[in-house]
Design a protein around this ligand. Structure first.
Ligand SMILES: [Zn+2]
Ligand SMILES: [Zn+2]
Length: 184
C-alpha cells in the first residue's frame, strides 16, 4: 500500500507530469476563449439587441464554460434571418387576404385588380381610359395617372348629376342611378 502512494507521489513530482498539466490548462484556456468567440458569433445571428449580445459574451467570458452553457439554454431558438423571413411570409399572406374581395353578385372571391367577376360576369370596376388600371366607382380621379374621371370629354353623354364617366356602361349607369337614389 505504501508503495502505491510512493509511486503516485513520484509521478506527480516528475517534470513530465508538470508539462502534461500545463498543456491541459492551456487547452482549457483555448477552449474557453473559443467558446467566448462562438457565443459572440451565435448571439449576433440570433439577438437583435446589441446590449443583450454584450451581456451574453460577458457572461461567457466571466464564467468559463458555465456562462456559455447558460447562454445556450436561454438563447432565442431561431436565427434573426429566419424570423424576418417568417415575418415577411406572414405579411405576404395577410396582403393576399386583403387583396381578395367578394363578388357582390355571386359571392365568389375576386382579386383587388379584377375588373369583372370571372364567374358571373358582373362588372366590378372600370379601367382608367388613360392608363387602363382598374378604378373604384367612387373615385373622382385616377390615382395612378391623375386622369380626372369626373370630367367628360363627350358632352352628349353628360347626365344631370354630372358624375358620369367618359366611357358609360350599363354598370356605370346602375351606379349613377344608385347615387341619385341616395341623394334623394
Ligand atoms: Zn360574381
Ligand atoms: Zn389612370
Amino acid at each position: 500500500m505504501e508503495n502505491t502512494f510512493e509511486t503516485i507521489r513520484q509521478i506527480l513530482s516528475s517534470p513530465l507530469w508538470g508539462i502534461a498539466w500545463k498543456v491541459f490548462l492551456v487547452s482549457l484556456g483555448v477552449l474557453w476563449l473559443a467558446l467566448v468567440f462562438w457565443t459572440l458569433k451565435d448571439a449576433r445571428r440570433r439577438i437583435d439587441d446589441v446590449l443583450i449580445v454584450i451581456v451574453s459574451v460577458a457572461t461567457s467570458l466571466v464564467f468559463p464554460f458555465i456562462g456559455t452553457l447558460v447562454y445556450m439554454m436561454l438563447r432565442p431558438s431561431e436565427y434573426l434571418i429566419d424570423a424576418r423571413e417568417r415575418e415577411l411570409e406572414m405579411l405576404a399572406v395577410e396582403q393576399e387576404l386583403i387583396a381578395l374581395r367578394i363578388c357582390p353578385n355571386c359571392h365568389e372571391p375576386v382579386r383587388e385588380e379584377y375588373v369583372a367577376c370571372p364567374k358571373c360576369r358582373r362588372p366590378l370596376r372600370e379601367p382608367c381610359v388613360q392608363c387602363g388600371r382598374p378604378l373604384e366607382y367612387w373615385w373622382k380621379l385616377c390615382p395612378y395617372c391623375g386622369h380626372d374621371v369626373a370630367v367628360k370629354p363627350d358632352t352628349s353623354l353628360t347626365s344631370s348629376a354630372g358624375r358620369t364617366r367618359p366611357t358609360a356602361s350599363s354598370s356605370d349607369a346602375a351606379v349613377s342611378e344608385s347615387t341619385q337614389l341616395l341623394q334623394f
